[in-house]
Design a protein around this ligand. Structure first.
Ligand SMILES: Nc1ncnc2c1ncn2[C@@H]1O[C@H](COP(=O)(O)OP(=O)(O)O)[C@@H](O)[C@H]1O
Ligand SMILES: [Mg+2]
Length: 391
């Protein structure tokens, strides 16, 4: 029995695809295999007549990514996780797709990623292999075990915390069983969504604390070890896939995030969604002091549509937030949903996956530079303080 809808056993990669997944040259990958001692089977194991090429399974790929991290070949970026909200107040712009693709790619780079589905439509949950409506009785008929069922969402994770902060509350239960590991322990983690996620909005509205800052206090409590079963410090990145509507859930994601990625659909008409988002970020900043950096990612790009040219021009208002890259319009994305797996894992050498990889690299470089500058500033301050003590 499988634990998700995805046919993970069918995912087999030859050297070139495996190297693309891990963003290294084929030679470097050969060295990784040798040094790590991770056993990679040969095609001849299944079919004696085939060439003796190495066949990497999905497990092998995530094992190699994790090994790379343990070897210190990947430097942790910061002591607490970098939070990224993928957000735009408009549906169908590529938010869930972007969360899934960069989530997988960051994990493949060697970082530990937690993705949180904040949309009741549960598209991210589906891209990670789960049907949010699947119930216990139906699982077995689909050849699935109980791991394939969504037993709880971020609502079940946060609500006990909110209830626990009331006086006289009981001890919190461990929430680790709500966290999914769709590709095994070396892969990314997911807090999935289903229709009951809607309860989270109600719980936030009912709180007596500042409504926009619930996630922030929850994350602080988590890093202090006060949430049994979830310490967000175990992750390098937390990615939020946000709903297309204005809600406290979406505002909370902004208030806890270091970066906001806004996927903008290029074959559409307006940039109103972006200006609305900028307004929302400014409002949250006035409430929380948090100043997330906005990054616009053009999606559904096509060079020969006049609407795209017009949109490109309109986006120039936000040129400081607009990296020189975009994701092409590609039928491969809607198709990838049928297989319950992000395109990165299905077609690692395809053109749109390369575009997402370029964007992920850009993101890592940007974050690295910012963290480095922050660390340098902190060190300078410390040195100045030490000097003043000495004097
Ligand atoms: N670059 C793209 N080109 C073509 N189709 C895309 C692209 N990105 C996403 N899609 C498709 O568009 C639809 C909406 O994407 P999705 O990521 O779910 O948007 P959102 O989360 O913003 O509602 C999906 O069917 C998805 O497969
Ligand atoms: Mg979505």
């Amino acid at each position: 029995m499988r634990s998700t809808f995805a046919l993970l056993d069918d995912c087999q990669y030859r050297l070139k695809a495996a190297a693309a997944l891990l963003s290294v040259s084929e030679n470097t990958l050969r060295t990784y295999v040798k040094d790590s001692g991770i056993e990679i089977k040969r095609a001849t194991a299944d079919n004696p007549n085939s060439p003796a090429v190495r066949i990497f399974t999905l497990d092998n790929i995530f094992q190699l990514a994790a090994w790379r991290r343990k070897q210190g070949l990947i430097k942790p970026l910061s002591a607490t996780p970098i939070c990224i909200a993928v957000e735009l107040i408009k549906g169908g712009t590529g938010k869930s797709t972007t969360t899934a693709e960069i989530g997988i790619q960051l994990q493949l780079s060697g970082y530990r990623v937690l993705m949180i589905d904040l949309d009741v439509q549960a598209n991210l949950t589906q891209l990670m292999g789960y049907e949010s409506d699947l119930e216990d009785g139906e699982a077995a008929t689909n050849d699935l075990n109980s791991d394939a069922i969504v037993h709880g969402t971020f609502a079940e994770v946060v609500k006990p915390y909110l209830e626990n902060s009331r006086p006289g509350a009981n001890k919190m239960d461990d929430i680790s069983h709500y966290i999914k590991w769709p590709f095994g322990a070396d892969g990314p983690a997911l807090i999935p969504s289903d229709t009951f996620l809607g309860d989270l909005e109600h719980a936030i509205v009912a709180t007596r604390d500042t409504r926009e800052l619930v996630f922030r206090s929850f994350f602080r409590a988590s890093t202090e070890g006060k949430i049994p079963g979830l310490n967000v410090k175990d992750f390098d990145f937390v990615l939020f896939d946000c709903p297309p509507s204005i809600s406290f859930v979406a505002s909370n994601a902004i208030a806890v995030s270091d970066y906001i990625i806004a996927p903008v659909k290029m074959d559409s008409f307006g940039v109103k969604g972006v200006s609305r988002l900028v307004g929302e970020i400014n409002y949250i900043q006035s409430k929380s002091g948090q100043q997330p950096e906005l990054i616009i990612l053009p999606t559904h790009y096509s060079s020969n549509v006049s609407r795209v040219a017009r949109m490109s021009q309109k986006l120039q208002t936000y040129k400081d937030n607009l990296p020189d890259m975009s994701i092409s319009s590609s039928e491969l994305f809607p198709k990838s949903q049928e297989y319950y797996m992000p395109l990165t894992l299905q077609q690692p050498t395809s053109a749109p996956v390369k575009e997402y990889r370029k964007f992920t690299d850009f993101l890592l470089q940007k974050i690295g530079a910012k963290e480095y500058a922050a660390a340098k500033e902190a060190a300078a301050k410390e040195a100045a303080a030490a000097r003043s003590v000495a004097a």
